[in-house]
Every structure is written in structure tokens, then in C-alpha cells.
Design a protein around this ligand. Structure first.
Ligand code: SF4
Ligand code: F3S
Length: 358
């Protein structure tokens, strides 16, 4: 089998869809506010059996993420394009549904004596949850750094989920590369869940089928940006076609080469890219600025691969240019406050976007 595939092998031939929609997340701008996750949830996952589904979520790093320990669960392909063994996350890896004692604190007049604490249906203290690393602080104490990593289905060019489904229930659209599960064909076998190395497919036990992010294709087909992109107050999500040379995706991924895939070693060729986080300056005990990076570079390499050094150096170089009052075309492309209709021509039809943009 061919190494370094840049498409799927179909009948022995390499195949890519005609066009590919993709996202770039600038991790330097993510606020960790979860507006994206709520925008997605209120739009798509309100049916029975979807209560605990988060097709897009934001993990606090370092941490174990959601489902807990997903980076160690396997899936994807090896460099020879052979499927790697994966496992299905356990229910406990997603954590128990939890709520807080809001009524007790806010409505029963006990605010002086009672503090917020989580409640679970079982009555036991929760052991894990979708936002656990944020709520409890990720990494080992004293962890002096953290950053946010939004995650969703990567609409991979070589989707392990698609290859794994014996029912042929998963397809990749020719016109835009969106990966979809056909719910009429799906019988809940969950080989797709095993195979996805990003563990971005959820099993719906009440409907006995699997579900995941659909890249908001019904919105996209109406010229409206995906809900998470549209609602992100940090404007850290860029969306568009990889081959649109004037668009942000092409510029950030291909021209400037500062957006990197997450865990490319799974060989699924993900189409969600990340601008890695620059460490804020570190101050030593005497109050002097040090050269030591706050976020260990090895950790960033483990997520985004060896090119992360070069990308961070480029970002720093451009920041220094800006600080000297020089123009930086790259930072202008990255930092400028943009509305979705600016970053994806044709998406200006969204009436809400137009109204808010005035
Ligand atoms: Fe499939 Fe997972 Fe890739 Fe999404 S991220 S296309 S579910 S392998
Ligand atoms: Fe196939 Fe996954 Fe459904 S393996 S049958 S799409 S649960």
C-alpha cells in the first residue's frame, strides 16, 4: 500500500473529493467560553438519546479530554495504511450527567452557608465529565499553563469511520468532502466509533445508531456558516474550501503554513487545522522575562507534530514585526476581526449575520 496517502484508496486508486470544506482554529484566540458547543447543541442534539452528546466541545489542555483518555484509545491507520486497533469509549469515559445546586444557593436563601457543588442522578460525587479538565484544572500541580482545544469530527480525507462500517452507512460527499452517517442504513454496530481515532462519534442508545458532527451541511447549503463558526465570539474559527485561494483556509494552511492538523500520525488526513498557541512570556522568581516557553514544546509537538516549532517561530517573528510597527500580512489575515460573510464569500446571505454586522 502507498505511504503518505493524500486521499482514499478506492479500487487501488487514490481518490479525493472534488472540493473539501475545512476549518482552521486559531488557538491563540480561543476563550474557552463553549459558545460553539452550545450553538451546536441547541441546533442539532436535542432529541432523545442525545442528551450527553457534544458534537463539538472544547477541551482544556493539558488534560485527558472527552471521552476521558481519547488519545490512547486507538483507531485510524498506520503509515502503511493498515487499520490500527481502536476501542469504544466506556460510558464512564464520558462521565456522569451532572448539575449544580443552583436552587439551593440562589432561591433558598442559603448563599452564606451553602456553596455550589455538582449533583448527579446516582447521588455519588461525579468522577468525570465533559468539561472535567477545566473544572478541576488539567495537568500536574503546579500547572502554570493551559490552553483550549476545540474538537469535532475532522471530516477526514481518509476517514477511518467510513472504512470500518460494514453497512456502508458512512459516506464522504464528492462536492464538499463532508463525512455523513446515513441513519437509515446504520444499525448501531459501532465499528466506526472504534475506528475513529479522535473519538468524535457518539452512540445513541435510544435510537440504536451512531451520530456525529455534520459540518452543518443544511446551513452550508443555504449559504449560512456552521453554527459554531457563526456564534464564536472570539472569531477564532475560520471556515471555507481548501482550494479557495482567496479564502482564509487556503491562506493559513497552504500559503502561510501556520495551521496544522491534530495528531496527523493517525493518517486519516483530518480537515480541521489548528494555529498552535504561542506561550505568553514567562517571568522568573526575580521578575525578569525568561526565554523559557511556558507550554512545553514537547507537549505541542505531541499534538501537532514536529512542524510546530517552525510555526511558532513564524508567529513570533511576525509578532515582533508588528511590535516594531512594521506590516505583517500574516497577522492581518489571522487577527483581523472578521464576520463569516467576509471569510467565506457567499455566506453573507445569513440574515442574522448581516443584521449583526451593521
Ligand atoms: Fe470519521 Fe473520526 Fe475522521 Fe470524523 S474524525 S471523519 S468520525 S474518522
Ligand atoms: Fe456502521 Fe457505525 Fe452504524 S459501524 S452500522 S455507522 S454504528
Amino acid at each position: 500500500m502507498a505511504k503518505n496517502l493524500t486521499g482514499r484508496l478506492i479500487d487501488g486508486k487514490l481518490h479525493r473529493p472534488k472540493r473539501q470544506l475545512a476549518m482552521v482554529f486559531d488557538l491563540n484566540k480561543c476563550l474557552g467560553c463553549h459558545t460553539c458547543a452550545i450553538a451546536c447543541k441547541t441546533q442539532w442534539t436535542r432529541e432523545e438519546g442525545q442528551q450527553d452528546m457534544w458534537w463539538t466541545l472544547v477541551n482544556t489542555l493539558p488534560g485527558e479530554g472527552s471521552p476521558k483518555g481519547w488519545e490512547q484509545m486507538g483507531g485510524g491507520f498506520d503509515a502503511q495504511n493498515a487499520a490500527r486497533a481502536g476501542r469504544i469509549p466506556r460510558k464512564t469515559d464520558y462521565g456522569e450527567h451532572m448539575d449544580f445546586n443552583h436552587d439551593e444557593v440562589f432561591k433558598e436563601g442559603k448563599a452564606q452557608t451553602v456553596h455550589f457543588h455538582p449533583k448527579t442522578p446516582s447521588g455519588k460525587p461525579p468522577a468525570w465529565g465533559a468539561n472535567w479538565d477545566e473544572d478541576h484544572g488539567g495537568g500536574e500541580y503546579p500547572n502554570s499553563y493551559y490552553f483550549y482545544l476545540p474538537r469535532l469530527c475532522n471530516h477526514c480525507t481518509h476517514p477511518a469511520c467510513l472504512e470500518a462500517c460494514p453497512r456502508g452507512a458512512i459516506s464522504k460527499r464528492e462536492k464538499d468532502g463532508i463525512v455523513l452517517i446515513n441513519e437509515k442504513r446504520c444499525k448501531g454496530y459501532r465499528f466506526c466509533v472504534e475506528a475513529c481515532p479522535y473519538k468524535r462519534i457518539y452512540f445513541n442508545p435510544l435510537q440504536d445508531l451512531s451520530q456525529k458532527c455534520i459540518f452543518c451541511f443544511p446551513r452550508v447549503e443555504k449559504g449560512v456558516a456552521p453554527a459554531c463558526v457563526r456564534q464564536c465570539p472570539g472569531r477564532m474559527r475560520f471556515f471555507g474550501y481548501l482550494d479557495d485561494q482567496d479564502g482564509p483556509i487556503h491562506q493559513l494552511v497552504e500559503k502561510w503554513k501556520i495551521a496544522l492538523p491534530l495528531h496527523a500520525e493517525y493518517h486519516t488526513q483530518p480537515n480541521v487545522y489548528y494555529v498552535p498557541p504561542l506561550s505568553p512570556p514567562k517571568v522568573d522568581a526575580a521578575g525578569n522575562l525568561t526565554d523559557e516557553p511556558r507550554i512545553p514544546i514537547e507537549y505541542l509537538r505531541s499534538l501537532f507534530g514536529p512542524r510546530v516549532d517552525e510555526v511558532l517561530a513564524t508567529l513570533q517573528r511576525e509578532m515582533d514585526r508588528k511590535a516594531r510597527g512594521e506590516k505583517s500580512e500574516l497577522l492581518d489575515a489571522l487577527i483581523v476581526y472578521r464576520w463569516p460573510e467576509d471569510i467565506f464569500p457567499g455566506f453573507g446571505k445569513d440574515p442574522l449575520t448581516l443584521e449583526r454586522a451593521k
